[in-house]
Design a protein around this ligand. Structure first.
Ligand code: FAD
Length: 380
């Protein structure tokens, strides 16, 4: 469906046109095959990088496009409607550039043009086998030794673990709790950093996740981002932005599922008429369309707060919670609309449904989003 959008500039219209053209040409036709082969589409990401779509929200002096977040998120939505794994990769990469872009030294920021341009792909290493939701309890350790930090521990569920060129490592340099955490930027080829075998996931096969083992990996001390003890603040600040990316991906995925279901329901005949003409089915599609519009509006409202320099983390949590729950519901209902055909891989809706699930889990589960929102309500 063509979404009627109010965009801030003509440049934003051009960017969305470019994103649509690239999504149709580079993503749509490849998704099913790459997902089946579980092959990461590194070249597709390079193409997006060369087109300037990997650095949209970052400053021009760092190789970005200085676009408002609301524009970046709508580009992400379009990419997700053609292939979620690529949109999620763009979102995670953008998140991985955030610590250096926002908190890095002048010297560290010299790395940004290659990062933002997509020559170097990033990973964001926060979760651990024993600690996902309770990130402040992380145990990966970094001990200062001369000009280096020596990092030991294990990270879990890391997107791009096996294909990234740089890692943001959130690690403990001090005592227990959030204040003992720091953020290091490590190169892929650092001895002692060993990505493990890819996990066998329910969906997003083209964007594998894996554990990373750190065995006395030496990371130069000048790769400490933002000072010792700043890591948790950096991680949470990055996640506020990242959650909006995941929410935008959810809107795109839900829209793709709805569009497919509507197309099928208009064509499919039962009892001598198109199944969309049965009120029991058509009303469900109407609800889905309404929920997607509401999710998009929530995502853009939070993004506009961010663009205006206003606090937005609670609104980002609401947007992530609502949009990803909508994506789960709409993709599940889309399978139902197709009947038996919805259950087989000849149609993309069963894949959409498997992919939607992960959006309710990553970058803070939806229970954690509820925790963020309810704590704010309790505080008043
Ligand atoms: C495909 C995929 C990609 C990922 N990519 C990354 C990545 O790139 N980088 C990264 O750092 N991590 C990544 N993750 C990890 C992800 O962020 C975590 O899985 C998530 O934060 C949940 O942590 P957990 O799996 O340890 O679950 P747990 O924290 O063990 O939670 C288990 C259950 O308990 C619930 N729960 C926990 N605490 C509370 C509470 N206080 N109140 C109510 N319910 C609660 C949770 O909501 C969940 O339902 C990825 C995960 C997946 C599956």
């Amino acid at each position: 469906m063509n979404v009627d959008r109010i965009l801030p500039t003509d440049e934003a219209h051009d960017l969305l046109d470019l994103a649509t053209e690239l999504a149709d040409r580079e993503l749509a036709g490849r998704a099913a095959e790459f997902e089946q082969r579980a092959e990461f589409p590194r070249e597709v990401l390079r193409t997006l990088g060369r087109a300037g779509l990997l650095g949209l929200p970052y400053a021009e002096e760092h190789g970005g496009a200085a676009q408002p977040y609301e524009v970046y998120l709508q580009v992400l939505e379009i990419l997700a409607s053609r292939w979620l794994a690529v949109a999620e990769a763009v979102s995670v990469h953008t998140l991985s550039c955030y610590p250096v872009a926002q908190f890095g030294t002048v010297a560290q920021r010299k790395l940004l043009p290659d990062m933002i341009g997509g020559e170097l792909l990033g990973a964001y290493c926060l979760s651990e086998p024993q600690g996902g939701s309770d990130a402040a309890a992380l145990t990966t350790k970094a001990v200062r030794d001369g000009d280096d930090y020596v990092v030991s521990g294990t990270k879990a569920w890391i997107t791009h673990a096996r294909v990234a060129d740089f890692y943001n490592i959130f690690c403990r340099t001090g005592g227990p709790g959030a204040r003992g955490i720091s953020c290091l930027l490590a190169d892929r080829n650092t001895p002692g950093i060993a990505p493990q075998a890819a996990e066998r996931t329910m969906g997003l096969h083209a964007s594998p996740v894996a554990q990373i083992a750190f065995d006395e990996a030496r990371v130069p001390a000048d790769r400490l981002i933002g000072g010792e003890g700043m890591g948790f603040t950096i991680a949470m600040s990055a996640l506020d932005s990242g959650r909006l990316g995941i929410a935008a991906c959810a809107v795109g995925l839900a829209q793709a599922a709805l569009d497919y279901a509507v197309g099928y329901a208009r064509e499919r005949q039962q009892f001598g008429r198109s199944i969309i003409d049965f009120q029991g089915l058509g009303f469900g599609l109407a609800d889905a369309a309404t929920q997607i519009s509401a999710a998009r509006a929530l995502v853009l409202a939070a993004a506009r707060l961010r663009d205006a320099g206003r606090p937005y983390s609670i609104e980002a949590a609401k947007a992530k919670l609502f949009a990803t729950d909508v994506a789960m519901r709409v993709t599940t209902d889309a399978v139902q609309v197709l009947g038996g055909a919805g259950y087989v891989a000849d149609h993309p809706v069963e894949r959409y449904m498997r992919e939607a699930k992960v959006l309710q889990i990553v970058e803070g589960t939806n229970q954690i989003q509820r925790l963020v929102i309810s704590r704010a309500l309790a505080k008043g």
